[in-house]
Design a protein around this ligand. Structure first.
Ligand code: AMP
Ligand code: ZN
Length: 111
């Protein structure tokens, strides 16, 4: 757990979140300020700052994040209509929480 990391605090139970999935390696919870009707965050329990910091040994974890994302999209009812998966990387890429997370965005109107 990294001090002052909001997502580490959520994962440690020190801050609330609306979890939809958790398996000990990966958690999925609802984004607090949704940018789409369905906006979920796929978050590894391991603190990794950003995509820039992923290592070869994180390969299985990253593959599982993608797998969990597509399963969660199904559960959330957006798999068929479609959704976006997004990593913001560092400040210039729009990242504001420096604990790796994959956005699932779906349920857009008109689709
Ligand atoms: P990013 O810009 O990729 O770092 O995205 C961080 C996301 O985390 C934003 O969409 C925020 O709305 C979301 N967020 C920030 N704090 C919380 C929180 N306490 N619980 C759930 N989502 C959060
Ligand atoms: Zn963290």
């Amino acid at each position: 757990m990294v001090q002052d990391c909001v997502f580490c605090k959520i994962l440690a139970g020190e801050l609330p979140a609306d979890f939809v999935f958790r398996n000990g390696r990966i958690a999925v919870f609802k984004d607090i300020r949704p940018h789409a009707p369905v906006h979920l965050l796929v978050v590894p329990e391991k603190h990794i700052r950003s995509v820039n910091d992923i290592r070869p040994e994180d390969g299985n974890l990253l593959a599982e994040m993608l797998f969990v994302a597509k399963e969660t999209a199904k559960t959330a009812g957006v798999a068929e209509s479609g959704y976006k998966l997004l990593f913001n990387v560092e400040r210039g890429g729009g990242q504001v929480i420096f604990h790796l997370h994959l956005h699932i965005l779906g349920g857009f109107q008109g689709i």
